[in-house]
Write a protein that binds this ligand. Structure first.
Ligand code: ADP
Length: 422
């Protein structure tokens, strides 16, 4: 039985989706995780305990395991896991993204430097320490600009500023966020550096793909139909295929491939984001991992003889060295809405779910927030309320279905002010 090492920091939807796909393919999935205690039965799975701040220790543990259990491929579910997977793959002699490339791709600052050096369109950018005064970078500043901590994800800490005053306010907010207790465990370089860069106007697109020994295979391009003009950048709808000419789509794919090569990424999943305007395709990031767990459900693939193939199945096949020729995305348009968070607070309940599910085209709604859970929208939080999925003949119908379904949902929240005596 083929065996794939799966690096993950969570044991939720994404892990379950990979597990299901692995079972169907007859592949054994071995977890490498710091969550062994939260797995249903860690010993049955033979999970390898790793620490995400100890890359070399993790590689040693993996090599040790490989002495008794042959490992045929690696997969990683997020940015931190990708860093470990890269070292492990190198130690095991398996094709994957090189460690330095994963480091560059998961640092917003290094990404900017590599893309600039490769001659790709890049906004102006400048880095500062969390404690530095704005005066230290004043020479470089123009407006509008975007402030972002170099090592966070899910739009946390990403804020647009249109003036010196709003930039000062944004920096104060980012500093508070970077010093908050839940980020204290992040590596120092992720907490201590802030990037300021030019705001890139334009429509935003995401690309899901795999690199096959240096060559990019596009699995899907997503359009993000809601304008993301700031000051905060909460993700909402992803829909594919995008309403763009084929030439423009080819241009996006070409620039993304160039960016992935500039970062040194070579083999494995990539999820990339870009903005498109009259000056060209501006790559925001090329992450060395697949799209986040639940959003992957918006993607289905087919071959000449089979339909309904999941992204997870494709990525397992890729991890085992199979070329993905002959797989294409399904004919239907499909999309997902990451349900916008109306306000910060403790999630109380939800009305209208039945009506929201009945909207034509809507295939499923998954509410991930638990009653009582504190839900915090970007830029301070990275939590999700839930996801709506839709399929239809055309992209516009999918967008309409997602919006109509969302309009039927009413969430209620309690204030998260501390209770007295608590
Ligand atoms: P994260 O990895 O946290 O998602 P990104 O750098 O991808 O951080 O930024 C999150 C979002 O913020 C992007 O999807 C985009 O909408 C917006 N954004 C980031 N940088 C810029 C920029 N320079 N110009 C315009 N929008 C930006």
């Amino acid at each position: 039985m083929a065996r794939i090492l799966f690096f993950t920091q969570t044991t939720g939807y994404q892990a379950r989706a990979f597990e299901q796909a692995a079972q169907a393919l007859g592949v054994e999935l071995v977890y490498a995780t710091d969550r062994c205690r939260s797995l249903d039965d860690p010993w049955r799975d033979g999970a390898i305990p790793v620490r995400f701040d100890d890359v070399e220790g993790a590689a040693r543990a993996v090599v040790e395991r490989a002495r008794t259990q042959a490992i045929d491929g690696v997969l990683a579910g997020g940015d931190g896991p990708a860093r470990l997977a890269a070292h492990a793959a190198l130690a095991l002699g398996l094709p994957w993204h090189p460690p330095a490339a994963v480091m560059a791709a998961t640092s917003k600052l290094q990404t900017r430097g590599r893309l600039l050096a490769a001659g790709l369109p890049v906004p102006w950018f400048v880095a500062m320490g969390i404690d530095d005064e704005l005066g230290s970078v004043a020479h470089a500043l123009r407006f509008p600009c975007v402030v972002k901590p170099v090592g966070l994800s899910a739009s946390r800490g990403v804020i647009r500023a249109d003036s010196v005053d709003s930039l000062e306010a944004a920096l104060a907010r980012v500093r508070r966020l970077l010093r908050s207790p839940d980020l204290r465990r992040a590596p120092a370089h992720e907490r201590d550096t802030i990037l300021i860069e030019g705001f890139v106007p334009g429509a935003e697109f995401a690309l899901e793909g795999v690199l096959e020994r240096g060559s990019l295979r596009v699995l899907a391009i997503f359009e993000k139909p809601d304008p993301l003009d700031g000051p905060f950048f909460e993700e909402t709808i992803y829909v594919t295929p995008p309403r763009l000419d084929h030439d423009v789509q080819r241009g996006i794919a070409g620039t993304m491939a160039h960016a992935a090569a500039a970062l040194g990424l070579r083999h494995g999943p990539v999820h990339a984001e870009c903005r498109l305007n009259e000056s060209g395709v501006f790559v925001l990031e090329v992450a060395p991992r697949p799209i986040g767990g639940l959003c992957a459900r918006a993607l289905r693939f087919r071959t000449a003889s089979r339909e309904g193939i999941t992204l997870e199945e494709l990525l397992l096949r890729h991890a085992l060295g199979e070329a993905l020729d002959g797989y294409g995305r399904e004919r239907a348009a499909a999309g997902v809405m990451m349900v916008p968070i109306p306000r910060r607070g403790r999630f109380r309940d939800l009305q209208g779910l039945d009506a929201a599910r009945l909207v034509p085209g809507v295939e499923g709604i998954v509410i991930t927030a638990k009653p009582g859970q504190l839900i915090v929208p970007p830029p301070d939080g990275g939590s999700y309320l839930g996801f709506i999925f839709a399929r239809a003949t055309g992209t516009a119908d999918v967008v309409e279905a997602l919006r109509a379904s969302h309009a039927a949902l009413q969430f209620s929240f309690e204030s998260d002010l501390p209770l007295s005596g608590g």
